[in-house]
Design a protein around this ligand. Structure first.
Ligand SMILES: Nc1nc2c(c(=O)[nH]1)N[C@H]1C(S)=C(S)[C@@H](COP(=O)(O)OP(=O)(O)OC[C@H]3O[C@@H](n4cnc5c(=O)[nH]c(N)nc54)[C@H](O)[C@@H]3O)O[C@H]1N2
Ligand SMILES: Nc1nc2c(c(=O)[nH]1)N[C@H]1C(S)=C(S)[C@@H](COP(=O)(O)OP(=O)(O)OC[C@H]3O[C@@H](n4cnc5c(=O)[nH]c(N)nc54)[C@H](O)[C@@H]3O)O[C@H]1N2
Ligand code: SF4
Ligand SMILES: [Mo]
Length: 627
C-alpha cells in the first residue's frame, strides 16, 4: 500500500463539518472519539476554504467539551445562586414572566440581544416567532458596536453593503484590519502570500502597529493611533487636487461630486500628513498607486470601526474607490443583494426609546443598553432576552450592564455555556452546541462565487440541552396556551342555535360545480340543482320539501331564495350552500342574470373567532321556510 493510500484509509472515518471560531467557517474533517473531537484537518473538498485552516481550529474540542457547558435549565435564587430546574418548568415560567411584561407594559419594553455568533445562524431565525408573539421591537447585537457605522454610510452612499474582491484586486488596502490573524477573507494568509509574491499586485496597510499583515505590505502607512481621518482625507485630497480622479466615471455614475471637490480642495496635505505621522511623499505615492490600479479593494475593520471618527472614516475610505471608479468590477468593491435593511437617503430613521439614538439595521447601539434599562423613564426596558452573545463580557462598562440586568423584571440567556451574562440572568436555557444540531454557513461574501454550507450534527445533543429551534418553538407554544386554555374552559357556551334560528348553515361548501368565482358561467353545470341548499331527509320531511323545492334561507344578517337538494350526506339540523354561487353573469341578451345564492349575503362580519378574527362561515345560524 502506498503512503497516500494509507493516509486516505486512516482518514476514512472523518466527518465533515466546519470550524465555528470565526465567521469564515472553513470546512474541516474531524474524527470523533466518544464525546471528543480528536483529530481536525482542513477539508480540501470545501469550495471556499479548499483545505485551508488556521491554528485556532485545533481548539474546537475545548468549545465542544468546555467545563462550563450547561446541561440543565437554571433559575437564579434570591441569594444569587442557581438551581437546576426541568425544561417544562423553565419554559412555563419564562413564558409566563415575559407575557406579564408584554401584557402590563408592552413588547417594546423587552430588549433582545444576539441571535447568532460566528457559526450559528439558524437559531436566530426561529427566535423571531417568539419575539413577534411578544411584540419585541428593540434589539442589539455585537454588530452594533462595530459594523453599524459602516452600514449607515454604505446605505446612504450605495443603498447596500458590499465587499472587496481580494482574490483578484491588483491593489488591496487594509484599514485597521489585520487579516493575517483575524481573517475575514477566505484563506486570508494564502491570499496575502499570493499578493506578496506577485510583483504586479500590491498591499497597502493602514495600522499604527506593525501587524503581521503590515509586515507583508508594500506600503505600511503607520499612522499615529486614532489619526486615520487625517490620513484618509489627505489621500482623497491628493486624488482631487492632483486630478487623479476618474471624472468620466464619476459623471456617469454618481451625483454630488462638486461638494466633494469643494470639501477636499482646500485641505493642506502636508499638514494632514504631519498630523497622522505618515510622510507626505508616501501618501502621494499611495494615492497614485490607487489611481493607476486596474482594480482596487479596501477592507475596513475594528482599527477604525472601534476608534475615533469611525463613521467618518467609513465614508472617507469609500471616497478612495468611488472617486477613482474602482467599483463593482472584478477585483473591486462590489455591492451585494441587501441582507440587512440599510439606511435609505431621506428615509425617516428609527430611534431608540429612551435616549433616541439611531436604530441602524434594526439594532440599537450596544453602548446604550444599560442606560436604557436603568433610566427612570416610562419607556425603559424591563426585560431582556440574550441568545448566543455574551454582552456582560463584550460591551463597554460591564459593571453597569451587570447592574442593569439585575434591575430588570426578568431576563433569560440561551447559551451553550454558563457565561458571564448567564450569571446575571434570572433563567438560563442550555442550547445544544453547533456540533450537536443542524447549522449553516451563509456569511461568505466573496464575489462572484458564493456558497451555502449546510452542516449536519456530528454528535447527539448533550443530555439536558435543546437546539434553539426547539427552545423557541416551546416558548411560543407556552405563550399561546393561556388564551387557549381560557377558551377551552368556556366551550360549553358554544355560540349557537336557538328557536328563532334552529339550523346551522355551512355557507360555502366545495362541490363539483364550484371554482370559487373563477369560472363566470354556469353552463357547464349539467347534473342536479345548481347551487342548491343541501338538507337531510329528516329535515326535508319536517318541512314538507323535496329536491327542487324552493325555500327561503334566513340568517340574522339576510335572506335569499334557494332550491333544496335532499341529501343523505347531511345530518338533521345542518344545511349547506356552495361557495362561488350567486354571481351576476352576463347573458346572451346582455342582461345580467344571477343564479344561486351568494353565501356572504347571509353572513355577519361580527360572527368571528375572538383570537384571530377569522369568520365562522361554516357555522351560521339560519332558519329555512318553505315557499
Ligand atoms: N484570532 C481571532 N480572529 C478573529 C477574532 C478573534 O477573537 N480572534 N474575532 C473576529 C471578530 S468578531 C472580528 S470583528 C474581527 C476583527 O478583526 P480586526 O479588525 O482585524 O482585529 P483587531 O486586531 O481588533 O484590529 C485590527 C487592527 O487595528 C489596529 N488599530 C488599532 N488602532 C488603530 C487606529 O487608530 N487606526 C488604524 N488604522 N488601525 C488601528 C490594530 O493594531 C490591529 O492590527 O476578527 C475576527 N477574527
Ligand atoms: N473592549 C472591546 N470589546 C469588544 C471588542 C473589542 O475589540 N474590544 N470586540 C467586539 C466585537 S467585534 C465582537 S463581535 C463582540 C463579541 O461579542 P458577543 O457576540 O457578545 O460575544 P461572543 O463571545 O462572540 O459570544 C458568543 C456566545 O455564544 C455562545 N455560543 C456558542 N455557540 C452557541 C450556540 O450554538 N448556541 C447558543 N445559544 N450560544 C452559543 C458562546 O458560548 C458565547 O457565550 O465583542 C465586542 N467587544
Ligand atoms: S480562519 Fe476562522 S474558520 Fe478558518 S480555521 Fe481559522 S478560526 Fe476557523
Ligand atoms: Mo466582531
Amino acid at each position: 500500500m502506498s503512503d497516500t493510500n494509507k493516509r486516505q484509509n486512516n482518514n476514512a472515518d472523518l466527518k465533515s463539518t466546519a470550524c465555528i471560531l470565526c465567521e469564515l467557517n472553513c470546512g474541516i474533517k474531524v474524527r470523533t472519539d466518544g464525546s471528543h473531537i480528536s483529530k481536525i484537518i482542513g477539508d480540501k473538498a470545501h469550495p471556499v476554504s479548499e483545505g485551508y485552516v488556521c491554528e485556532k481550529t485545533q481548539r474546537l474540542d475545548y468549545y465542544q467539551n468546555s467545563p462550563d457547558r450547561l446541561t440543565s435549565p437554571m433559575r437564579r435564587r434570591d441569594d444569587g445562586s442557581y438551581e437546576a430546574i426541568d425544561w417544562d418548568t423553565a419554559i412555563r415560567e419564562v413564558a409566563e414572566k415575559f407575557t406579564q411584561v408584554r401584557d402590563q407594559f408592552g413588547g417594546e419594553r423587552i430588549l433582545y440581544y444576539g441571535g447568532g455568533g460566528q457559526g450559528n445562524h439558524l437559531g436566530g431565525g426561529y427566535a423571531n416567532s417568539w419575539l413577534k408573539a411578544l411584540g419585541v421591537r428593540y434589539r442589539s447585537s455585537a454588530l452594533a458596536q462595530e459594523k453599524t457605522g459602516e452600514f449607515w454610510v454604505s446605505g446612504a452612499m450605495l443603498g447596500t453593503m458590499g465587499r472587496g474582491d481580494f482574490e483578484h484586486a491588483q491593489v488591496s488596502m487594509m484599514i485597521g484590519k489585520n487579516p493575517w490573524q483575524s481573517h475575514g477573507i477566505a484563506r486570508a494568509r494564502a491570499v496575502i502570500r499570493e499578493i506578496e509574491k506577485d510583483p504586479e499586485r500590491s498591499l497597502i496597510v493602514i495600522d499604527p502597529r506593525v501587524s503581521e499583515t503590515a509586515e507583508k505590505a508594500d506600503y505600511h502607512l503607520q499612522v499615529k493611533p486614532g489619526t486615520d481621518a487625517w490620513c484618509l482625507s489627505a489621500l482623497v485630497a491628493i486624488l482631487v487636487q492632483e486630478n487623479l480622479i476618474d471624472r468620466a466615471w464619476i459623471d456617469r455614475h454618481t451625483s454630488g461630486y462638486k461638494a466633494i471637490e469643494a470639501g477636499f480642495s482646500p485641505i493642506n496635505v502636508g499638514s494632514y500628513a504631519r498630523r497622522c505621522g505618515v510622510e507626505e511623499g508616501i501618501l502621494r505615492e499611495v494615492a497614485s498607486v490607487i489611481a493607476k490600479a486596474e482594480s482596487f479593494s479596501t477592507y475596513e475593520d475594528l482599527g477604525i470601526q472601534m476608534s475615533v471618527h469611525s463613521t467618518l472614516n467609513s465614508w472617507l475610505q469609500r471616497l478612495l474607490w468611488l472617486t477613482t471608479g474602482h467599483f463593482a468590477r472584478k477585483g473591486c468593491y462590489s455591492p451585494f443583494v441587501p441582507l440587512v435593511p440599510l439606511v435609505r437617503v431621506n428615509a425617516k430613521e428609527r430611534r431608540s426609546p429612551v435616549l433616541k439614538e439611531r436604530v441602524i439595521t434594526g439594532l440599537i447601539p450596544c453602548n446604550i443598553m444599560a442606560d436604557e434599562i436603568l433610566a427612570d423613564h416610562p419607556d425603559a426596558y424591563r426585560a431582556m432576552i440574550v441568545d448566543s452573545g455574551n454582552p456582560v463580557h463584550s460591551v463597554a462598562d460591564i459593571q453597569r450592564l451587570r447592574d442593569a440586568m439585575r434591575h430588570l423584571d426578568v431576563s433569560v440567556v440561551i447559551d451553550v455555556a454558563m457565561t458571564e451574562t448567564a450569571r446575571e440572568a434570572d433563567y438560563v436555557l442550555p442550547a445544544s452546541s453547533q456540533y450537536e444540531k443542524v447549522e449553516a454557513t451563509f456569511f461568505n461574501f466573496e464575489t462572484p462565487r458564493n456558497t451555502f454550507h449546510l452542516r449536519h450534527p456530528i454528535f447527539p445533543p448533550l443530555k439536558g440541552t435543546l437546539p434553539e429551534a426547539e427552545i423557541h418553538a416551546r416558548l411560543l407554544e407556552a405563550l399561546a396556551i393561556p388564551e387557549l386554555l381560557q377558551e377551552l374552559a368556556t366551550i360549553d357556551a358554544l355560540p349557537s342555535i336557538d328557536a328563532e334560528f334552529p339550523f346551522v348553515l355551512s355557507a360555502g361548501e366545495r362541490r363539483s360545480e364550484t371554482t370559487n368565482t373563477i369560472v363566470r358561467d354556469t353552463a357547464w353545470h349539467k347534473k342536479g340543482v345548481y347551487a342548491s341548499l343541501a338538507m337531510s331527509p329528516a329535515d326535508a320531511d319536517k318541512l314538507g320539501c323535496n329536491t327542487g323545492s324552493q325555500v327561503r334561507v334566513i340568517t340574522p344578517r339576510g335572506s335569499g331564495i334557494a332550491e333544496i337538494t335532499v341529501s343523505e350526506r347531511m345530518q338533521p339540523g345542518h344545511v349547506s350552500l356552495p361557495n362561488g354561487a350567486g354571481l351576476s353573469i352576463r347573458g346572451d341578451d346582455d342582461q345580467y342574470v344571477t343564479k344561486g345564492l351568494a353565501p356572504n349575503e347571509l353572513t355577519d362580519a361580527q360572527w368571528r373567532d375572538p383570537i384571530a378574527g377569522t369568520p365562522w362561515h361554516k357555522h351560521v345560524p339560519a332558519r329555512v321556510e318553505r315557499l
